[in-house]
Design a protein around this ligand. Sequence first.
Ligand code: ATP
Ligand code: MG
Length: 566
Amino acid sequence: MSGPDDKKPIDFIRTIIEQDIERNLNGGRVVTRFPPEPNGMLHIGHAKSICLNFGIAAQYSNARCHLRFDDTNPEKEEMAYIHSIQEDVRWLGFDWGSHLYFASDYFERLYELAEVLIHKGMAYVCSLCAEDMRTYRGTLTQPGQESPYRNRSVAENLAMFRAMRAGEYPDGSHTLRAKISMASPNINMRDPTLYRIRRAHHHQTKDAWCIYPTYDYTHCISDALEGITHSLCTLEFEDHRPLYDWILDQLKEEIGCHPQQIEFSRLELEFTVMSKRILTTLVQQRHVSGWDDPRLPTIAGLRRRGYTPASIRNFCSLIGITKAPNHVEMALLENCLREDLEINAPRAMAVLDPLRVVLENLPEDHLEELIVANHSQSEAFGTRMVPLTREIFIERDDFAENPPKGYKRLVLGGEVRLRHAYVIRCERVTRNPQTQAIETLHCQVDWATMNKAPEGRKVKGVIHWVSAQRHGKAHVHLYDRLFSVPQPTDNKGGGTFLDHINPGSLTVLEDRPVEESLARAQLGEHFQFERLGYFCLDSRDSKPGHLVFNRSVSLRDSWAKGEKKA
Ligand code: ATP
Ligand code: MG
């Protein structure tokens, strides 16, 4: 058996999985899991892991993927994150069916298994304080030192561990540790902590526990209890794999399942940050408006910005799964969105920097209802009515008094086509008497040019426009990179990521003229504003009668050419 359409597996993990299916390992079953800690919202890096784990489950016939919250740090976790993570995974297009779990579901079982380890002489209660524990641990170059409590008897360990659970000791006074080797070159194997005393309220188990298992102890056992076959995680856990295996080896008879841990590289995206600790700082210190700020790489931020699930899934499939460093340019993510919206977003017109144009050969009350296609490539998008009136707005930079060489748009005495309408000629300009800035262009419409090239001359430029007499208004948010350097957390020269925040990452344009038809725009709809980019309504700030559009992405990658703005 192999993957769909008998194609070659697309990455080294699927290669392993297909070999395992072939030799009927685990009875041919494949069970993966996505195991977030509910201590923050998901980001695009998590999407990589979600697409991998749920993607594998969807790809093979005898496969499934669990969603499991690794909730061993109650002080940092919140119900709100539990809800948002489920929403985000679903929004990305994945489904865990009935397989929603919490590591805290296993607290009782984890406790029993810890007693088993004590009985086997594989775990002991240690009474070193945190500081001594650190000193005894040693360093990368120096072996650790054995704890003076390492040789407590099984009976004493058991009695003390039970007393820990019963709340007889203060927080932090004792720990339960695995008895492995303080001389191991791998620090993770130097008698790692399995349990600590912490009187913390837990969102699931409430106040039932005053001792909590550590991540390393909990994760492998949770995987095994759920019958996970392939435990896929990021490379920083490679050094933890010996511990993952050690714990499950000690508990072979009790659990009888030993998932295979396989590591792949984390996604790092340029000009942004991915660690939840740093994202939390940005949110809490109000450098951004919240976890769903459209400049953040969180799933909620990307969704609010206008990213589609398909564009993110496509991105994850393009970056692939390897063990090599995975530093990816933002442009790749943006391109995935463009590709999706190019095909799927209807077109509309808006003017962000309006310059008034009077079409002088139109009567004052001229109203021409143009029926225009919503998508030039696909009739399925239908048509809409765009009113043409005597006064219109065009973009200020679509007119040039001193045009640079090769300028194809409007100049004094020159012609340009209004998108979906006529060719116009600019006859004269009027200026603000004080500032001398151009206030109005006075133009003539060539009536013979609707859907037709003008006779005897070429007009190359086509510009977008909006009626000045019949339009809606919208606030428009334009976004730039949140950081001004590709790797904001790389602070070899001192400072922190906060020093690299781009002060110009958000531009708010108020009351800009947009086509009337956009008043009917719905949350979740995407539009191409012709020549300006792809936009969607802001899910937080936009209200009926008060439109706020976010620019999801510009039409071209302006960064590739070294320009700052599209
Ligand atoms: P952070 O470092 O941002 O706090 P984390 O790894 O602690 O992230 P978890 O909630 O533990 O966050 O992550 C759940 C799963 O998502 C883990 O299996 C983790 O390996 C994976 N993951 C997290 N960040 C990335 C990333 N940047 N690229 C790929 N996978 C990731
Ligand atoms: Mg983690």
